[in-house]
Design a binder for this molecule. Structure first.
Ligand SMILES: [Zn+2]
Length: 122
């Protein structure tokens, strides 16, 4: 299952950020952008995240996924369109193949929500 490895990589990236913060920052949410044209299932990702963060520095954090739609651009028609699987993702204007994907392949951390720890320095 591909989402499990992806979640491991995601947690590792967040951990690197977390370790670079000074006072034990408490992460409350990780916002992720997932394109519709990636092969990622948001539900599987949420499940993998929950399972992998039951303990440790992300135990109180939730994963928030924003999906971006698939949008392509046809250079022949100078047109942006939403490719449909039924038409093999071709351009509705000229029927040309999908060549230039403008959105829908993203898979990245948008932002991390956190609370700073204001405990006094010892
Ligand atoms: Zn076209």
């Amino acid at each position: 299952m591909h989402e499990v490895d992806m979640t491991k990589a995601l947690i590792q990236t967040v951990r690197q950020w977390w370790e670079s913060q000074e006072n034990g920052t408490k992460i409350s949410a990780v916002h992720l952008i997932v394109g519709q044209f990636t092969s990622v299932e948001p539900d599987s990702l949420l499940f993998a995240f929950e399972v992998q963060t039951r303990q440790g520095f992300l135990s109180d954090a939730k994963l928030v996924i924003t999906e971006t739609p698939l949008i392509a651009f046809c250079h022949v028609c100078q047109l942006e369109y939403s490719p449909q699987i039924g038409s093999m993702y071709s351009c509705p204007g000229c029927g040309g193949p999908m060549e230039d994907i403008r959105s829908g392949r993203e898979l990245k951390i948008d932002r991390i929500e956190y609370e700073e720890n204001h405990a006094p320095n010892l």
